[in-house]
Design a protein around this ligand. Structure first.
Ligand code: NIG
Length: 417
């Protein structure tokens, strides 16, 4: 009666509960899932499984959870900035490189020179890497165009990319990323109306930072975007404190991202507004900054905390979800349960996708089968994917490759313990 059954689990972590982080996880010990027509048709203890299926996935005693959600990436871009990485290894800072004409502006040049197709295909390997970590939904930003047609080209590339691979993409117009002559006016008069009219983006984003845009400029653009139906979100307090979290709260933004230098007043404002904090600890590591976002203080204040890879060529060239979770625990003070919710339930909330990031009857069969018995291993096994299989809409779309063996262990004695 099912198309597919997943059985022999240690537990199914549904992320569909309420209350404390551990309660939100709402695991079903030795659970099973029945999938039909791409959706979850049955969920419960395997001992109560009501039917059979032609296809069975044996989880081999490992845990099973929802497809992960990465709520902040810049996956689509042209060019390569590995030379800047080397400069930073030799001591140059991110801002010094940017002030000398490198940084975001270097990616802008390469992105302008690329075709829509080149941009879309260029992001496929990065998406596959995310899939290998169990990610089935990803937010992707523009922001490397810095001219109207190039920004629209980026958004169209994101749309094209959606069609050639299984991961759901949520497009964001990153309207204010780096400064350019007359850019603010071009955004207000031309880019916002055209992006909204063509329905190329769900969110509109702005980078509030000393080296980028002011609180007033971001307020102006995001207020206009909101009137056109684009939901505001913001990069704030990343390299210096700047009142960005307070602005995110004032605008009722979906998310306030980064927050390494957020003030106590900013944390209180986010808690009142219900804005989701999206932390990017691999950026802190990658930029050799010492100040990680205060995840513990944010969670204790009642701010919903999500995590992201922030995969981008300048400040976080990684798709490694496990590393992000590990750093969120070790450096931002989250518990493993909070880190796991940061890529499931809270990440889905950041993108305003109520059906993603959790497993429930009637919901999409976006499911990850791991090769470890507990979610706690994900941040603990630092930087390694524990994923064995990924299903998107009930279809197997990623499976751990076979290891080439030189010989077998047959005949090898167990020996004394
Ligand atoms: O989220 N902070 C601004 N934007 C990116 C960095 C982009 C780049 O350097 O190319 C970030 O860290």
């Amino acid at each position: 009666m099912f198309d597919l059954v997943i059985r022999n689990t240690s537990e199914i972590v549904t992320c569909d509960g309420a209350g404390t982080p551990e309660e939100v996880l709402k695991p079903i010990p030795k659970g099973a899932i029945g999938i039909k027509s791409g959706r979850i048709d049955w969920l419960g203890p395997e001992s109560e499984l009501p039917g059979e299926a032609d296809d069975v996935i044996d989880a081999r005693g490992s845990f099973v959870g929802p497809g992960l959600v990465d709520p902040h990436t810049h996956l689509v871009f042209g060019g390569d900035r590995s030379a800047e990485f080397e400069q930073r290894c030799r001591g140059a800072t991110y801002l010094e490189i940017a002030n000398a004409g490198g940084g975001i502006k270097r990616t802008v040049e390469a992105t302008r020179a690329a075709t829509e197709k080149e941009l879309a295909y260029g992001a496929v390997p990065r998406l596959v890497n995310l899939l290998a970590h169990g990610v089935t939904t990803v937010e992707v930003k523009s922001g490397y165009g810095l001219e109207v047609n190039a920004e629209l080209k980026m958004l169209r590339a994101i749309k094209a990319l959606e069609g050639v691979q299984p991961v759901t993409l949520v497009p964001t117009l990153l309207a204010l990323h780096t400064r350019g002559e007359g850019w603010l006016e071009a955004v207000l008069d031309d880019l916002l109306p055209r992006a909204a009219e063509a329905k190329l983006a769900v969110f509109c984003d702005a980078f509030v930072e000393k080296s980028a845009f002011t609180v007033d400029e971001a307020r102006r653009v995001l207020t206009a975007a909101k009137e056109l139906g684009l939901q505001p979100r913001l990069h704030v307090d990343q390299l210096t404190p700047g009142g960005g979290a307070e602005l995110a709260a004032e605008l009722g933004a979906a998310t306030a991202d980064h927050l390494e230098h957020v003030s106590p007043e900013g944390i209180a404002a986010l808690a009142r507004s219900g804005t989701v904090a999206v932390l990017a600890p691999t950026s802190t590591l990658f930029l050799r900054e010492r100040k990680y976002a205060p995840g513990r203080a944010l969670a204790d204040a009642g701010v919903p905390v999500a995590l992201c890879t922030n995969c981008n060529p300048g400040s976080s060239m990684t798709e490694n979800v496990s590393l992000v979770m590990g750093l969120a625990c070790l450096e931002c003070g989250l518990t493993p349960a909070e880190a796991y919710l940061g890529f499931t339930r809270n990440a889905a909330r950041a993108l305003k996708l109520p059906d993603a990031g959790r497993l429930f009857v009637g919901g999409p069969a976006d499911v990850v089968v791991y090769q470890c018995p507990s979610y706690r291993t994900l941040p603990y096994h630092l930087g390694q994917s524990e994923v064995r299989q990924v299903l998107k809409g009930g279809l197997l779309c990623w499976e751990l490759g076979r290891v080439v063996r030189k010989s077998s262990l047959r005949g090898v004695a167990d020996g004394p313990r």
